[in-house]
Ligand binder design. Structure first.
Ligand code: ADP
Ligand code: MG
Length: 265
């Protein structure tokens, strides 16, 4: 390696690596060869118009959708896929799937909390019942996480009695409870009343400041610009523009990207 090279970071194993992902639903090709690499501490923002494939890319990352082709690596482990009917693929090893999923925390647009469980019960569910953690330890960890998202006082409350912003913060605590290597957010503030968006973005900002690796689909351009260190603009199933926020927002090559990121009055 040449002297003075900054190759060290490049040589680290990425936390997430998606390589040439293709995904079709029937005859509709939604992802047309998308690649994404995220290293430890990277905050990647996925932006683009509705229907461009952002959610599908995120869902392929945790195998909620199985790509038709391409490679997915989480840490140094590549997901093994096998051919299934009609040119689709399936996960080859369910144990591996569970192991990989336990490294990924996912937060959706709709909060998806268990309605008949308190906030605390929601947060300890996966650690205790899926990962087999000791319950007392899971409760202690959940308390720390609820503190972090500013919801400790609501730990014994049922979701129906929380605002949308509080529910989403509880959902973030729940996703963190499995101690994921990566957090995946799919438009975490889109379902919220405008006055509740800030409290959720603040929590995500704090996680970024802690150095957490995150991939965030968002329509909040100011947030993406501030918090992400890498921005990918998807258009029609392809990465049309990507790079540092200053580049993608300030001086994109793609005219379509420029139009997309330019605030409309
Ligand atoms: P985005 O999140 O950028 O809005 P999506 O990834 O949700 O885009 O969707 C991309 C395209 O794929 C859309 O045309 C959508 O209708 C289609 N699509 C997404 N999921 C499915 C599915 N399960 N079955 C069929 N079509 C789907
Ligand atoms: Mg979407």
């Amino acid at each position: 390696m040449p002297e003075g090279s900054t190759q060290a970071a490049e040589d680290q194993t990425p936390v997430v690596q998606l390589d040439n992902i293709h995904k079709s639903f029937g005859r509709l090709e939604v992802l047309k060869g998308v690649s994404l690499t995220a290293h430890e501490g990277d905050v990647t923002a996925l932006i683009g118009a509705s229907g461009s494939g952002k959610s599908t890319l995120l869902r392929c990352t945790n195998l909620l959708e199985i790509p038709n082709s391409g490679r997915i690596l989480i840490g140094n482990e590549e997901i093994r896929l096998k051919p299934a009917s009609g040119g689709t693929m399936a996960v080859a090893d369910q144990k591996q799937l569970q192991r990989i999923r336990s490294r990924l925390g996912m937060v959706f647009q709709s909060f998806n909390l268990w309605a008949h469980r308190t906030v605390l019960e929601n947060v300890i569910e996966a650690p205790v019942h899926v990962l087999g953690e000791n319950k007392a330890e899971a409760i202690e960890h959940a308390g720390e996480l609820l503190n972090k998202v500013g919801l400790y006082a609501k730990k014994d409350t049922y979701p129906a009695f929380l605002s949308g912003g509080q529910q989403q913060r509880a959902a973030i605590a729940r996703a963190l409870a499995i101690r994921p290597k990566v957090m995946l957010f799919d438009e975490p503030t889109s379902a919220l009343d405008p006055e509740l968006v800030g409290e959720v973005l603040r929590v995500i900002r704090d996680l970024a400041a802690e150095g957490r690796t995150m991939i965030v689909v968002t329509h909040e351009m100011a947030f993406a610009r501030d918090v992400a260190n890498h921005v990918m603009y998807l258009y029609n199933g392809n990465v049309e523009e990507e790079g540092a926020p200053s580049k993608v927002f300030g001086n994109p090559n793609s005219e379509r990207c420029r139009q997309f990121v330019t605030p409309r009055q």
